[in-house]
Design a protein around this ligand. Sequence first.
Ligand code: GLP
Length: 244
Amino acid sequence: RIFPDSEQASVQVARELAAFIRQRAQEGRPAVLGLATGSSPTRVYEELVRLHREEGLSFQNVVSFNLDEYFPMAPDSLQSYVRFMREYLFDHIDIKPENVHIPDGTVPADQVAEFCRRYEEQIREAGGIDWQLLGIGRTGHIGFNEPGSGAASRTRLITLDHITRTDAASDFYGEENVPRRAITMGVGTILEARHIVLLAWGEGKAAVIKRMVEGEPTDTVPATYLQHHPAVQAVLDEAAAAEL
Ligand code: GLP
């Protein structure tokens, strides 16, 4: 779906997400959301906050699972995804704290595998992810599934690609400060979501969007595996769609 600009696209995605949350609330059921960080979804989150404040959208029935977190990472650190989610969304809505799940960047290294196993179990216990929001990295990563991540990969510790660390350098005041690793849901975990919406804005994403949509599915561009999913949408602005 190609929109004239990211503003209109983001507002539309937020409306659709809000409609889903409300529909589930009417049915007395939870809405299980997979959430993303990065610059792409920020305007969607702002719009959800506005809908909460001005139109009474409640998040009491929402259960959330974030895609990823740097490792190691303290939750109160400027660059942590825990902090990001609080600033853009969780501090401004009525989601129940016990329903929020974000990979824990403070787990001791020898316990990460067990943490990841438990994260997958929690997603299953919640009934699986209904609605997964995604961004895309210039390497073709979704979550932090860098090139080499297979279609069946699960939540795990991964090593960040050099390009990803370059892209994150300004957030960390220099590439040398960017963590070398991260915990991420796997490609397989993401593909189990019932509905997936990937957001991409700007000319910097045009080349990877072309590869994602038109390239053969391959682990060198993990986002190409989304082609196998029965209910996925790429929501783009005109600049990100320019090479299609
Ligand atoms: C990070 C996140 C990804 C995100 C990507 C793109 O690597 N871990 O989940 O999709 O950045 O970020 P942006 O939306 O800022 O382009």
